[in-house]
Ligand binder design. Sequence first.
Ligand code: PLP
Length: 260
Amino acid sequence: MGVAPPRVLTIAGSDSGGGAGIQADLKTMLAFGVHGMSAIVAVTAQNSLGVHGVWDLPADAVRGQIRAVVDDIGVDAVKTGMLSSAALVDLVAAELDRIDAPVVVDPVGVSKHGDPLLAPDAVDVVRHRLLPRATIVTPNVDEVRLLTGFTIEDVADLPRAAEAVLALGPRWVLVKGGHLAGDAVDLLTDGAVRVELRGPRYDRRHTHGTGCTLASAIASRLACGDPPARAAQAAKDYVSGALAAGFPLGAGIGPVDHGY
Ligand code: PLP
């Protein structure tokens, strides 16, 4: 008989193309040796060219998936990704109150193709209901701007950007600087401790799924008992390797590679 690995639940959207969303989450969790579980919030019809359709699941279906997992199997860490609508963000936030495990929130706003993955009226619910329940929130600079109203110039100051997100209530924030020029430096802070995470810069075309992968990797390491700084650096190292090995699929933006 085998020994049960740590259990990680992703609450996110499905990417039919297999590069991001639930599919990237589960691939990442497998690579980290944890048991990946999923509560699908929305289904996207998606490929390397973009998101061609989005269908939200009914509230009962989302709640039912989360409770089925939590009430029997148990959860050592949670990752949230695309939550789509204000009502679904609110529902997920309420379910997180019933879960005693670290929560990694990837505050997904739009896809790399610019397709909306979060309704405009859901942003406030993310701010006020979801972020206060996050152990770590992982915005890129565009998501910092969405959450805080910062300008492009303001957001380049990562410590200030991180502080503004921390004011919304998460325990830790990891601001991803990858969309800025220069080295790929991310900043992790809880307001007291400040850790710079460094990685090589890969200006690659095939980057689909980086954000989902990073957040799932952090959740996987937290489930294994790592403290946030160690979990975040391990996750960044994994994403760097996956990004370096990203490959073409379809005519557009291909995925990062989980089997490099
Ligand atoms: N599709 C789904 C279902 C997602 O959850 C995400 C990101 O979180 C994306 C697409 C966007 O992926 P990317 O911006 O890496 O292309």
